[in-house]
Design a protein around this ligand. Structure first.
Ligand SMILES: Nc1nc2c(c(=O)[nH]1)N[C@H]1C(S)=C(S)[C@@H](COP(=O)(O)OP(=O)(O)OC[C@H]3O[C@@H](n4cnc5c(N)ncnc54)[C@H](O)[C@@H]3O)O[C@H]1N2
Ligand code: MOO
Length: 390
């Protein structure tokens, strides 16, 4: 069995970056910017007042009485300038008129008609923001990057109305198994509710994909084939369940018959051993194990990085960090163990009580996957160990 690291490398080898499209900035949140954007202007485009008050000359002294000769507001520049003995009423965001060297806050000023008296101390700050202090013409926002809310505001400030982003990956999700019915339906006594696809869809969408849950495929070749037809055009097809060696585990034979070029089947990890990956008619195929925890952990570790790579973000594993073990850990077996665990301040990481791969409750209350390497020896409480945040 290959290692999880080798499996991820093989998944990346199946992925091609998708084409790009231009979208209005308003609809670009969370999309992956593929072309760098260059600012065509300075911000601010002029020296601007940072406060409401009075603009005064460089030679103005504490206690001076000055004549107010005009007004500058945001969006309403004062066309003239001031000289010694003069001041200009000025508001936050206004262009600083010629001759103004500092802004004195209005609450520090006594005003009497057109005359103002400066306070006893003018303070250190000029309360003037220099032209281009935020960004200047020619500054760039590099690509690729996922567009955060703040990045959108920055692009807007640069006067960029549209951006070139990656097309959203189309992900088709196929749950398989005669025991499954959708939430809201009435299960027979020998049936359960299909849960995994909801987490897989949400994880795909968190990566910027458009994901669709296809009808549940029954454990027959005919049913599986007909649901696969509905996946036509998808960039990624994710199956759930039917991946193991049981008589009713038909995903493998069916995807082979449909022409899948398998990359691997089975990896040395726990949970998630029966993971499969390949290429089916241009789509990346991920065959996830059916156990709820196994499917979601595999989606987190393999589907998410693959979707990032598809959108041009490069080939990176999910980020990890380290924390001190909250209790002793027994030696691990031959598969890397992704232990469902809770983080607490420190940071400290403590495995959940029960690691059975069917337990959604355990995964739902976990913050992280504590990584116990294959063949790793026993570990003592307090030792630093790597974890992958969930
Ligand atoms: N003889 C062996 N048996 C099993 C092995 C093995 O190596 N030898 N591996 C075990 C491991 S590890 C896993 S993981 C599972 C994976 O099996 P499948 O991928 O074939 O999954 P199923 O049998 O279809 O389902 C397993 C389990 O999960 C439930 N399930 C399936 N799909 C969903 C869904 N969409 N939502 C909620 N629950 C789902 C299903 O009812 C089963 O209980 O195989 C072990 N067996
Ligand atoms: O690998 Mo299975 O995912 O241990 O339950």
């Amino acid at each position: 069995m290959i290692t999880p690291e080798e499996a991820l490398a093989r998944v990346f080898a199946l992925v091609q970056p998708l084409s790009t499209e231009d979208v209005p900035l308003e609809y670009a949140a969370g999309r992956v910017l593929r072309h760098a954007v260059t600012a065509g202007r300075d911000q601010p485009p002029f020296a601007a007042s940072a406060m409401d008050g009075y603009g005064v000359t460089a030679d103005a002294q504490p206690g001076d009485r000055l004549r107010v000769t005009g007004q500058a507001a945001a969006g309403h520049a004062f066309p003239g300038g001031i000289s010694t003995g003069e001041a200009v009423r000025i508001f936050t965001g206004a262009p600083v008129p010629a001759g103004v060297a500092r802004v004195v806050l209005q609450e520090d000023i006594a005003r009497d008609g057109d005359l103002i008296t400066l306070p006893e101390s003018l303070g250190k700050s000029t309360h003037i923001r220099a032209q281009a202090v935020d960004f200047k013409t020619g500054d760039t926002i590099t690509a690729p990057r996922r567009l955060s809310p703040v990045a959108l505001a920055l692009l807007a400030a640069m006067n960029c109305p549209n951006v070139t982003v990656s097309r959203r990956p189309d992900v088709a999700i196929i749950a398989t198994g005669d025991e499954l019915v959708m939430p809201g339906e009435t299960p027979r006594a020998d049936q359960i509710i299909a849960s995994n696809a909801f987490a897989i869809k949400a994880l795909a969408e968190a990566e910027g994909a458009q994901a669709r849950i296809l009808p549940i495929a029954a454990d027959t070749e005919t049913s599986l084939r007909s649901v696969f037809e509905l996946a036509a055009g998808a960039d990624m097809i994710v199956t759930i369940g039917g991946a193991s060696v049981g008589d009713h585990d038909l995903v493998g034979p069916v995807v082979d018959a449909l022409g899948t070029k398998r990359s691997f089947y089975k990896i040395a990890m726990r949970p998630g051993k029966p993971l499969m990956a390949g290429k089916l008619k241009g789509a990346v195929l991920l065959g996830l194990p059916g156990n709820p925890v196994s499917s979601i952990v595999c989606a987190h570790l393999f589907m998410r990085p693959a979707l990032r790579a598809m959108q041009g973000l490069g080939q990176w594993p999910m980020p990890s960090a380290t924390a001190a073990l909250g209790c002793d850990l027994p030696a691990n077996g031959p598969r890397t163990h992704y232990i469902r665990a809770a983080l607490s301040p420190g940071p400290t990481i403590t495995p959940m009580d029960n690691q059975d791969s069917s337990l959604l409750t355990m995964l739902a209350s976990a913050d992280a996957l504590l990584v116990h390497p294959a063949g790793g020896g026993p570990r003592k409480a307090g030792e630093q160990m790597r974890y992958i945040p969930l």
